[in-house]
Design a protein around this ligand. Structure first.
Ligand code: ATP
Ligand code: MG
Length: 626
């Protein structure tokens, strides 16, 4: 290898290299252009792409336009009208701040910019190639800005080679567009791929409209609203009811202060909160918007990246977790059993989940799918409650409904028609806000197999697993006693001496009263040991020792987990069993206690306590209805 001397790169080369940092792929170009449009105050943004954005990306907005004196600077690096300090980034509405994007994009493409600001009478058109303005001319146009980006990476063949297929690049853009639309429900986004409309959002400020439009319309039927505020955070959005799941986590989205962020934290919290209610390989949809003080976000993370670091992960996790758990109890979510094979054969369910995981990939949603989905939606809704519904779309246009729509160009779907559907869909919502416990108003009918208590309420039949029910009642009462420090203690026959290190001894002096509140009786015994005389009645001496040490270690949360586990075990042992014969009075007492549960659906091990059978399901089985 020859030793090269240091040389300054020529300007063209350095521009191209710099460009690579901002624009690696077409989706990043779209992101920059749309963010500029948002910054310009547009309330309508039209995005068209061709060949996955490789041959054309066109973004049109009705925003402020660019001041003509600024035009010569637009493609210069570090030229920005939005200077902000980095610290302000998550607080301000301004998405751009580097003055980098257009310079980078224009360095690797052919750009045509048309703009007009509100005071001007005629627009300007700027043509640039490889970062240099070729021509400026006048043009008749309306207020706002349009950017045409053609032949992306024409002068950087290496980068061009790294691009994925047109479909894959289009999919990435569609995904991005759906996130942008969700984060700005007040902006109408019109998005098309290769001249086929993918979605038009109405821009009326309603998240539900956007979910309806960018994902499948029926999704809203399985979701409900969540709203929670604490001193430092606000959370809103839509979450799955227990019976609405997907085969992928792709619909678990977090927006922080109005921006989409990739978040493992969110997926973890959702997993924790929903775990007891989800079948294997099934995942809830959660589209959540978190507001948090910008000072609680670590700004050292590169702002262009969608990853985010919270100063206090634990607090955010705890807040979202509690909000979800609270929201779970807002609605009646008793699982309704069906007699369909899907429920009976769980193996098949799992396989199906895997297949769906692939099919479920949210994007791209190409037009033939849109019309197919529209027709599916129409038939589905129609089959549910024909009398209350507006006729399905296919009938409105005097066509016989057909389950299969050949993949042709979509018949134009009128958006107003779709929003109307959205509203109807939401009204059809079977989740009723819960005003009382789900156990209220159940009439006891009898017992089946000396295990399942049978009840009826309105038109539904309910089965309650007597063991799971009692187990949960005991468990919650133990947990309450534990957190109120009123757990009973048991005196040890032979007190246990525990040797401690000097450090532990110091910790002990600080923590003694805390540990005693948990049901321990302890005394100092010499310089380096303590004696345990009493332990919480729920545990053996081995466990008690370990727990006491955990507290000394400062890992109190370990103690909580261990305790929850031990208490569940204890509740299971103490609870009435399957096949125990209950008197009617006992059933009544059990039902009364069930009404007081905080988390009424599952036993501490996650199995359901109560299941509902809908009359329609039973009648269908008896062929009274089809
Ligand atoms: N659609 C638009 N409407 C109005 N002004 C625009 C538009 N696009 C770009 N501009 C103007 O051009 C400038 C340069 O845009 P560019 O995207 O390169 O930089 P930026 O948005 O300031 O910062 P960043 O590099 O972080 O995106 C902006 O500061 C803005 O003044
Ligand atoms: Mg910008």
């Amino acid at each position: 290898m020859t030793h090269s001397r240091i040389q300054l790169l020529d300007e063209k080369t350095s521009r191209k290299i710099a460009a690579g940092e901002v624009v690696e792929k077409p989706a990043m170009v779209v992101k920059e252009l749309v963010e500029n449009a948002i910054d310009a105050g547009a309330n309508e943004i039209i995005v068209d792409i061709k060949k996955g954005g490789k041959s054309l990306i066109r973004v049109t907005d009705n925003g402020s336009g660019i001041h003509y004196d600024d035009l010569p600077l637009v493609f210069e690096r570090h030229a920005t009208s939005k200077i902000r300090s980095i610290e302000d980034l998550y607080a301000t509405q301004s998405l751009g701040f580097r003055g980098e994007a257009l310079a980078s994009i224009s360095a690797v493409s052919q750009v045509e910019l048309i703009t007009m600001n509100k005071d001007a009478t005629i627009g300007k058109k700027v043509v640039a190639s490889g970062g240099h303005i070729q021509k400026v001319s006048e043009i008749g146009t309306v207020q706002g800005t349009t950017l045409h980006i053609r032949d992306l990476f024409f002068n950087t063949p290496a980068r061009l080679k790294f691009l994925k297929s047109d479909q894959a690049e289009a999919r990435a853009i569609t995904e991005l567009m759906s996130y942008l639309a969700l984060s700005h429900p007040e902006i109408a986004f019109k998005y098309a791929v290769d001249d086929n409309r993918i979605f038009h959002t109405p821009g009326k400020g309603k998240i539900s409209d956007v979910i309806f439009t960018v994902f499948e319309p029926m999704m809203l039927k399985g979701l409900y609203e969540i709203n929670e505020t604490s001193e430092h955070h606000t959370l809103s959005g839509y979450i799955s009811r227990f019976d609405y799941t997907k085969g992928t986590r792709n619909y678990q989205l977090l927006f922080v202060n109005g921006r989409y962020v990739k978040s493992d934290l969110l997926k973890e919290v959702i997993q924790m909160a929903y775990k007891p209610y989800m079948m294997h390989n099934r995942y809830p949809v959660c589209i959540l918007f978190l507001s948090i003080a910008p000072s609680d976000i670590d700004v050292n993370i590169h702002p262009a990246k969608t990853e985010i670091k919270f100063k206090d992960d634990g607090a955010v996790k705890q807040f979202i977790f509690t909000a979800l758990k609270k929201a779970f109890n807002l609605y009646d979510q008793v699982p309704t059993a069906t007699f369909t094979e899907k429920q009976v054969f769980r193996v098949e369910e799992t396989e199906k989940a895997q297949i769906e995981a692939i099919q479920d990939m949210p994007l791209p949603k190409f037009p033939e799918m849109t019309s197919q989905m529209a027709s599916q939606m129409a038939t589905q809704i129609a089959s549910q409650k024909p009398s209350q519904m507006t006729p399905p779309m296919s009938q409105r246009s005097n066509h016989t409904p057909s389950p299969y729509v050949p993949p042709v160009k979509p018949e134009a779907i009128d958006f107003s028609e779709l929003t109307q559907f959205a509203q109807e869909t939401i009204q059809l919502e079977t989740l009723k806000p819960l005003e009382e416990s789900i156990y209220e108003g159940l009439n006891y009918i009898g017992v089946y197999n000396q295990t399942y208590l049978i009840f009826e309420k309105e038109t539904s039949l309910y089965l309650i697993d007597q063991h799971a029910a009692h187990e949960k009642i005991l468990y919650e009462s133990y947990m309450t006693a534990f957190s109120n420090h009123t757990l009973q203690s048991q005196m040890l026959l032979i007190p246990e001496v525990v040797e401690l290190t000097t450090l532990e001894m110091e910790m002990f002096n600080e923590a003694q009263s805390t540990i005693e509140k948990m049901g321990f009786g302890l005394e100092v015994f010499g310089a380096q040991s303590i004696v345990i005389r009493e332990i919480p009645s729920q545990m053996g001496i081995g466990m008690a020792k370990r727990m006491a040490l955990a507290v000394l270690d400062g890992s109190v949360h370990v103690m909580d987990d261990v305790m929850a586990f031990k208490l569940a075990e204890r509740a299971c042992k103490a609870a009435i069993k399957a096949h125990d014969v209950l008197h009617d009075m006992e059933v009544v007492a059990l039902l009364e206690s069930l009404k007081g549960l905080n988390d009424p659906y599952t036993c501490p091990h996650g199995r359901p306590i109560i299941i509902r059978f809908a009359l329609s399901e039973i009648e269908r089985k008896f062929k009274r209805i089809l």
